[in-house]
Design a protein around this ligand. Structure first.
Ligand SMILES: Cc1cc2nc3c(=O)[nH]c(=O)nc-3n(C[C@H](O)[C@H](O)[C@H](O)COP(=O)(O)O)c2cc1C
Length: 192
C-alpha cells in the first residue's frame, strides 16, 4: 500500500502549491475540487505573489472554505502551530519558471518553496511539478540543467509538446487550459 493512502485505503493530504503563473485562477476548479472529489484532503500553499493574486479576487477565501484549511502564503511564527497536517503527495501547479529554478537550486525563500524543497529530500514523498512556462523561459541557459536536477531528485514533471506546447511570450492562444487531467493522472499514478 502506498504511504499516500491511510490505513483505511483512502487518500491522505494532498499538498497543492501554486505560483504566480497564467491559469492560477483555475486552481480551485481544475485541481482542488477534483482532488477533494477523489477523497483527498487538500492543503493549499501559495507563493507570496500568487497569494496576492488570489486574495484580490476572493479566490483565496473560497479555497479556505472549500478545503477547511488555511491557505498558506507566508511562514508561521516559530511559536505558532503548523497550520497544515502532514502531506502525502505534493503537486506544484502552476509553477513559474522562477519557482522551478529556485526549487532546482534548493532555494527556500518563501513558504511554498520551503515545503517543496524539503519534500524533494524526503524519501517516499511524491512531488509532481507542472512548469507553466513559455519558449523564452525554456531557452534560458540554466533551464535544461534545472529539469535534469529535478528529474534526478525524483520529481515527476508534467511537460512536453503533447502536454504543454511552448509558445513565444504573448503568443499563446487566449484562455489556454492548464493540463489538469494530466496532473491529476500523475497524482493517481504516484499514490496508487
Ligand atoms: C499576468 C502575469 C502572468 C504571468 N504568467 C507567468 C507564467 O505563466 N509563467 C511564468 O513563469 N511567469 C509568469 N509571470 C511572471 C511571474 O509572476 C513572476 O516571475 C513572479 O516573480 C513569480 O513569482 P513566484 O514564482 O514566487 O510566484 C506572469 C506575470 C504576470 C504579471
Amino acid at each position: 500500500m502506498s504511504e499516500a493512502r491511510t490505513s483505511r485505503g483512502v487518500p491522505g493530504v494532498l499538498g497543492v502549491v501554486a505560483s504566480a503563473a497564467g491559469g492560477l485562477e483555475s486552481l480551485r476548479t481544475g485541481l482542488v475540487e477534483p482532488a477533494l472529489a477523489r477523497g483527498w484532503r487538500v492543503a493549499v500553499t501559495l507563493t507570496p505573489t500568487a497569494g496576492r493574486w488570489l486574495r484580490a479576487g476572493g479566490e483565496l477565501d473560497r479555497l479556505e472554505t472549500l478545503t477547511g484549511l488555511p491557505v498558506r502564503d507566508h511562514s508561521r511564527l516559530p511559536s505558532d502551530p503548523r497550520p497544515h497536517p502532514p502531506v502525502a503527495c505534493y503537486v506544484a501547479a502552476p509553477a513559474t519558471a522562477n519557482t522551478v529554478a529556485k526549487l532546482a537550486l534548493g532555494i527556500a525563500d518563501n513558504q511554498a518553496l520551503t515545503q517543496l524543497t524539503e519534500a524533494l529530500g524526503t524519501p517516499g514523498l511524491p512531488v509532481i511539478v507542472f512548469p507553466h512556462i513559455n519558449a523564452a523561459h525554456a531557452r534560458h541557459p540554466a533551464w535544461p540543467t534545472h529539469l535534469t536536477n529535478l528529474r534526478q531528485a525524483g520529481v515527476h514533471l508534467i511537460q512536453g509538446p503533447d502536454v504543454w506546447p511552448l509558445h513565444e511570450p504573448q503568443a499563446a492562444p487566449p484562455k489556454r487550459e492548464l493540463p489538469w487531467a494530466e496532473i491529476l493522472r500523475a497524482v493517481d499514478d504516484a499514490t496508487r
